[in-house]
Design a protein around this ligand. Structure first.
Ligand code: G16
Length: 563
């Protein structure tokens, strides 16, 4: 077959298959904080086109790519699509404009032109010709998921030589992990994922220091699965776990409740109330909550004083707990020992947060001597920044986050651990190295993962000998309030400085500044959401009343400028 003939074939195939997935009338799709998101019934054309983008990405990189159908924390009728790059992270940002243009191509002819133009620019050859693309597909439990998965498969099939591998119903982090593993030449099944988590968890539990207060640390945790896919997966995994008592509620079983409705990490973190299914019987229990696709994790405790209210332990406090533990292990590893282990393993440990991080958490981390940087909202920004360090810990207050170990650092650590195993087996240095290696296996290296994050929190609390109260007492959060403002066009707001300053519309930042000036320790910023059709307002101040009032007055300004 000549290449001209193959290109013609490809042209016809794309024209024909895309004609079955017309752009819904009057809709524009934008590639937001984590891919496309909208009402599920409106998304077949978008998911079909995302399938094409994933194939082109796979052809460009010569590796497998992931496509996950989920709308994460959004309501059940929404759906969406996230694309995972070969290393398991979010698709590279410089492809987002193409993905967005393709999603909005008005007809099959313009779609084909866009594809051919882009592939030429990127040096991707179409038409089979020996190069194969491989896309790993996953979906969560949403009712529109199955039909959208079919649309993705059609999109993938519309590029000659592309193969779709349906990995089934998964959490988003599981799919990202599978993509990463597959491209490393490792096994990428769910059973291997469960095995890796349970084994590294056991290894860390076995190394919990004796004689700490671990006996008083309750091994029980009650988890709200948001009626999504995470609860069901945790039920499966817990059968392999020793030393922990996990009770799952809102696991998405028929009749238990609606996905993300009055449950889940987004609801608990934003509203600061207990999820449905939790109440007076749970006062004092250590509780955790996932979002619908299990890539967010926050903890909470129902306060004895007010059953409607909770003590929230958000992503910032999870980050702080992890940072203290990692810092301690690095300190042990590098301290001068009797065992002749004085060759220091230089480690650049970095912390990444967003402007939503509570000011008290950033102050706390800096007081610990840690280097903290801020990025805009979205794991795609935080992950990239954290990956610049030997060990990078990133978390958003909403519970997205993980700990990244660079490949280079891991191989140095492994070497050091092997040396220690020869010269001082069982020493504190050796244990610290083993712990760090186990953490790198337990915590998802591809993306934030509520399930693996939960297991690491549990084992670190045991290690520290900390109760929930000890963890809560790490620092006192500054009171904060988040509000949503519905506006005609959310894109009318543009921001700078990690989203803390408004650029457009002019005059809005001055209005916000004048409100902030009225409050002690006042801090406030606004930004368009990348997952919902709203403007988000975040305010912090020295009292809850003040934070509420600041958020409210700034919301009024937003409404006035954009309403
Ligand atoms: C996605 C991103 C997160 C981000 C969140 C909120 O989360 O992956 O990094 O924090 O959106 O976005 P926004 O404030 O723009 O609505 P998820 O859990 O919805 O996939």
């Amino acid at each position: 077959m000549t290449s001209e003939f193959m290109a013609k074939d490809q042209h016809l195939l794309l024209l024909e298959s895309s004609s079955h997935f017309p752009l819904p009338h009057g809709m524009t799709f934008s590639y937001g904080t984590a891919g496309f998101r909208a009402v599920g019934s409106k998304l077949p054309s978008t998911v079909f086109r995302a399938g094409i983008v994933a194939v082109l990405r796979s052809l460009k990189t010569g590796s497998a790519v992931g496509l996950m159908i989920t709308a994460s924390h959004n309501p059940i009728l929404d759906n969406g699509v996230k694309i995972a790059d070969p290393d398991g992270s979010m698709m590279t940002q410089h492809w987002e404009p193409f993905a967005e243009a393709l999603a909005n191509a008005p007809n099959p002819q313009s779609l084909v032109e866009l594809v051919f133009h882009f592939t030429k620019e990127e040096g991707i050859s179409l038409g089979g010709g020996g190069t194969c693309a491989e896309i790993l597909l996953g979906r969560d439990t949403r009712p529109t998921g199955e039909a959208l998965l079919e649309a993705a498969k059609q999109g993938i099939k519309s590029i000659v030589g592309a193969a779709a591998l349906d990995m089934g119903i998964l959490t988003t982090p599981q799919l990202h992990w599978m993509v990463m593993n597959k491209n490393k030449g490792m096994k990428a099944s769910e059973s291997v994922y469960f095995m890796q988590l349970s084994e590294s968890f056991r290894c860390l539990m076995d190394m919990v220091p004796k004689g700490t207060r671990k006996d008083c640390v309750d091994s029980r945790v009650v988890v709200d699965g948001a009626n999504g896919v995470g609860g069901e997966k945790l039920e499966q995994l817990k059968k392999l776990l020793i030393g922990i008592d996990i009770q799952v509620r809102n696991s998405g079983k028929q009749g238990e409740g609606v996905l993300n409705e009055g449950v889940g990490a987004d609801f608990v973190q934003k509203e600061k109330v207990a999820p449905s299914g939790f109440g007076t019987k749970d006062v004092g229990e250590r509780c955790a909550t996932f979002d619908g696709d299990a890539d967010r994790l926050v903890y909470f405790r129902i306060s004895s004083s007010n059953c409607n209210g909770i003590d929230l332990v958000d992503g910032d406090k999870i980050l702080s707990l992890f940072a203290l533990f990692i810092k301690e292990q690095l300190h042990i590893l590098n301290k001068q020992g009797d065992e002749g282990t004085n060759n220091v393993l230089v480690t650049r440990l970095g912390i990444v947060q967003t402007a939503y991080a509570n000011g008290a958490s950033t102050d706390f981390l800096k007081q610990q001597g840690l280097e903290v940087v801020l990025t805009p909202t979205g794991v795609k920004y935080l992950h990239k920044k954290a990956a610049e360090c030997d060990v990078g810990i990133y978390f958003e207050a909403n519970g997205h986050g993980t700990i990244l170990f660079s490949e280079e650092y891991l191989s140095k650590l492994q070497k050091k651990c092997d040396d220690l195993a020869c010269h001082s087996p069982g020493s504190e240095h050796h244990k610290a190295a083993l712990r760090l290696l186990a953490v790198s296996k337990l915590i998802n290296q591809a993306v934030g993962d509520a399930i693996s994050g939960l297991l690491l929190v549990e084992v670190v609390l045991q290690h520290m000998g900390w109760s929930m109260q000890d963890w809560i007492d790490l620092y006192n959060d500054l009171p904060s309030r988040q509000l949503k403002v519905k506006v005609a066009d959310r894109t009318a707001i543009t921001t700078t400085h990690a989203e803390t300053q408004v650029l457009e519309p002019s005059g809005l930042q001055e209005a916000i500044d004048s409100e902030i000036a009225k409050y002690h320790k006042g801090r406030c910023f606004v930004r368009p959401s990348g997952t919902e059709d709203i403007i988000r307002v975040y305010a912090e101040a020295s009292s809850q009343e003040a934070a509420n009032a600041l958020a409210k007055s700034v919301s009024r300004h937003v409404d006035h400028f954009l309403g």
